[in-house]
Every structure is written in structure tokens, then in C-alpha cells.
Design a protein around this ligand. Structure first.
Ligand SMILES: C[S@@+](CC[C@H](N)C(=O)[O-])C[C@H]1O[C@@H](n2cnc3c(N)ncnc32)[C@H](O)[C@@H]1O
Length: 172
């Protein structure tokens, strides 16, 4: 097992909603959840925010579970899960990327995010920073107090300007 192995741990629904709110997800967005687990972020993006959503997940059982649930909820026109390694998956059409991984995996993903994502794309990470990027917001404003980091390209790239890294989470 490599050091950055990420097990399945579900984001609580309150945290999922807050991540999507912080990213200001709306109908014109295409949300990617990298490591989509049981698909709840994809489903919530579709049902509650009206966005299109894509999940990428390695584990066959989770892909089946989330795909079955998307079918059951009649969301197949909106949400889709791919069974593959997200490091090998083109994410260039995302407008929002959701992460609940760990710090080493975020660090490994960072060059891919910087290369593939277009300006204006928001990246939201539950609990774990993207080291070297400046979050626009660090919010713990959810019932469980979990940390949520909101980034936006290109503003979050270090050195893009000299301004302080944080705005108050109360502004989010
Ligand atoms: C902590 S869980 C988060 C699940 C979901 N995003 C959520 O927030 O509830 C991380 C998920 O990423 C998946 N995963 C880990 N590495 C992956 C990779 N390289 N490609 C695709 N999925 C991966 C794991 O199988 C696991 O389901």
C-alpha cells in the first residue's frame, strides 16, 4: 500500500452541502468529485444545485452503489460515475472540483490541477489543504466544524499576487 492510499470515508451530508455552497455551485457548473465514494456529492450537486456532476472512483463496489443510486433517483441525465484512477482521468472541463483525500494525495494532484483546470475553476477540499496554494476561504461553518478549504484558479496559485492568503470565512 502506498503512503498516500486514501480509504473510503464518507463526507457528512452537511459538509457536502457546505462545500457546494462555498463553491457557489449552480446550474451551469460541471462538478467533479475525485474519489467519489458512495456518490453523495454527485447526487447532491444534481438534486440540490441543478449542476451536472461526474464522480471518479477506483472501488468497483462504490461505483456500483453510486451508479445504482443515481439510476434509482432518475439522475442519469445529470450525474455519472467512472471507475478509474483519477490521476489518469481528464478533468479539464470541470468548473468545480471536490476533494476529500489527504495531504500527500492533494500534493500529488496539484500539478494535474494546475495543468488541466481552466481559470475560474473552484477547488474545494474537505479537511486537507493543498499545500502551497492560497485558500480564498477556510470555513468551519458547518454543524460538525470540519475544515473546508476553498480555492480558485488562478487566484490561489502562490505568487499570483502579494495579498494575504485568507479572507474571513464569514464572508463566504
Ligand atoms: C475519503 S473518501 C471520500 C468519498 C467522497 N468523496 C466523500 O467525500 O464522501 C476517498 C475516496 O477516494 C477513492 N480513491 C482514492 N484514490 C483514488 C484514485 N487514485 N482514483 C479514484 N478514486 C480514488 C477511495 O476509494 C475513496 O472512495
Amino acid at each position: 500500500m502506498e503512503m498516500s492510499f486514501v480509504p473510503f470515508v464518507q463526507s457528512p451530508i452537511e459538509v457536502v452541502r457546505r462545500m457546494l455552497q462555498l463553491a457557489k455551485v449552480e446550474e451551469r457548473d460541471l462538478v467533479y468529485d475525485l474519489g467519489s465514494g458512495d456518490g453523495m456529492t454527485v447526487i447532491t450537486s444534481c438534486r440540490e444545485f441543478g449542476a451536472q456532476a461526474v464522480g471518479v472512483e477506483l472501488r468497483a463496489d462504490l461505483v456500483k452503489r453510486s451508479t445504482d443510486e443515481i439510476r434509482r433517483l432518475k439522475l442519469t441525465g445529470c450525474g455519472r460515475i467512472f471507475q478509474t484512477d483519477f490521476f489518469n482521468f481528464d478533468i479539464s472541463d470541470a468548473t468545480v472540483v471536490i476533494l476529500y483525500l489527504n495531504t500527500p494525495t492533494n500534493a500529488r494532484l496539484k500539478p494535474k490541477l494546475e495543468k488541466e483546470l481552466k481559470d475560474g475553476t473552484r477547488v474545494v477540499s474537505h479537511d486537507f489543504e493543498i499545500t502551497g496554494w492560497k485558500p480564498l476561504v477556510v470555513s468551519r461553518d458547518n454543524p460538525l466544524g470540519h475544515a473546508i478549504y476553498l480555492y480558485k484558479l488562478p487566484e490561489s496559485l502562490v505568487g499570483s499576487d502579494g495579498s494575504p492568503p485568507y479572507t474571513s470565512s464569514s464572508l463566504a
